[in-house]
Design a protein around this ligand. Structure first.
Ligand SMILES: [Zn+2]
Length: 97
């Protein structure tokens, strides 16, 4: 369950971090620090690859294994497909009194 929390954090912050890094890369490029700009661009590429791998492999509902939306990922607590809480502990299953 804790792993999914980490995945959610990555999915929610990676687009923002990528935009921030892209701005930094532009600044480096403008002030003629092209080598630094390319390093930052490389970091963005690595981030985006990680993002896509996570969203395809780990960002899924633990109950029905459907893909979870990447839009507003940080606010998701319920699976849109089966309506179950995605961070709910499985041990609560089977206690209905
Ligand atoms: Zn589900």
């Amino acid at each position: 369950m804790k792993k999914l929390k980490r995945v959610q954090l990555m999915i929610s912050i990676t687009p923002k971090v990528s935009i921030a890094l892209a701005i930094i890369a532009c600044i480096f490029y403008i002030i003629n620090m092209k080598a630094s700009a390319y390093i930052v661009i490389g970091a963005i590429v690595i981030l985006l690859i990680t993002y896509f791998i996570l969203s395809l492999t780990s960002w899924r509902c633990p109950h029905c294994h459907q893909y979870l939306p990447t839009k507003n990922a940080g606010k998701i607590t319920k699976c849109p497909a089966c309506q179950k809480l995605i961070f709910e502990d499985k041990k609560s299953d089977g206690h209905h009194n």
